[in-house]
Design a protein around this ligand. Sequence first.
Ligand code: MG
Length: 382
Amino acid sequence: MRITRVETFAVPPRWLFCRIETDSGLVGWGEPVIEGRAQTVRTAVGELAEQFLVGADPLRIEDHWQLMTKGSFYRGGPVLSSAVAGLDQALWDIAGKAYAAPAHQLLGGPVRERVRAYCWVGGDEPAAVRDQVTAQVEAGFTAVKMNASGRTDRLPTTAALDAIARRAEAAREALGPEGDFAVDFHGRLTTAGARRALDVLEPYGPLFVEEPVLPEYTHLIGQVTGSTTVPVATGERLFSRTQVLPALQAGVAVIQPDLSHAGGLSEARRIASLAETFDALVAPHCPLGPLALAASLQLAFCTPNFLIQEQSIGIHYHSGAELLDYVLDREVFRFHEGHLLRPTGPGLGVTIDERAVREADGTAADWHNPTWRHPDGSFAEW
Ligand SMILES: [Mg+2]
């Protein structure tokens, strides 16, 4: 079997899919994207495919991964790692179809029968948080995640800390003691600010607090983990085992590789294994589309130290298209009491609606995250 063609499709709301075709008729799909840089990653996918994949045997996944990540003198970073990630997913999809097995079966087989997922809740005021959490609990979810705050000073004021606490209090009240909420800081605080913020969150028992500091300050995150009983999570902006290692060494409790950013199913699997040696759990980042979620589920079902899965169905900042618009077998992504069941289809376990993807190609608005500024006019983290 040989790879004959690699195509990419930029589709709403902000996603990029790749399709690897072989001379056997088998086709694999992946999702190589970094949010806000779909076109840049698209170029990288084309270059990698031409240099390393077209004409090659698709079943040599590990060898392709080695060449795609190390075969050029300048390597790594979000763009290249995301390009490799989507191509790696598509190769696993082909391998599963070639061996008539889901990818998680090829990676050792299932270790669980269902996967707990959380959904995002918006809302700035505690009352809105309470209403949205209640709605998700009524829809069957047992866990939610929310932003800790909007734009905030890097050393939060007493008022800002109180607002963070009131939102957490509202979430806890709506969930009761059985449910879980997680809080995402998007790296908006300094290390010192994060220590204060985790102090006020501690009484409400968050499942984890995500990116309390920016990934470039991972060398300082031990000051945060060492100051609190709140489990600290990070990893959506770390792209390899070598970048994840210092976070684990600093005591991060939950690592969050993104299957479409961190080198695909191959590298995310290894990151999960590395995390296991630090007694850390894995909660794959996934505010993306159907192939990223399908790849995440393949990892979740074969990973013993998996915690919970992010997913973007109904997420507040998607417009123009939904995850389910691009799949033919929507049952794969149907929630059962806040859980997803084990996909049994071959490869990534999802059937892409190729006609819908081809029709949507090129119709996505250029998505970028907003640029925020502090009241004094200086740049603020989003
Ligand atoms: Mg996050």
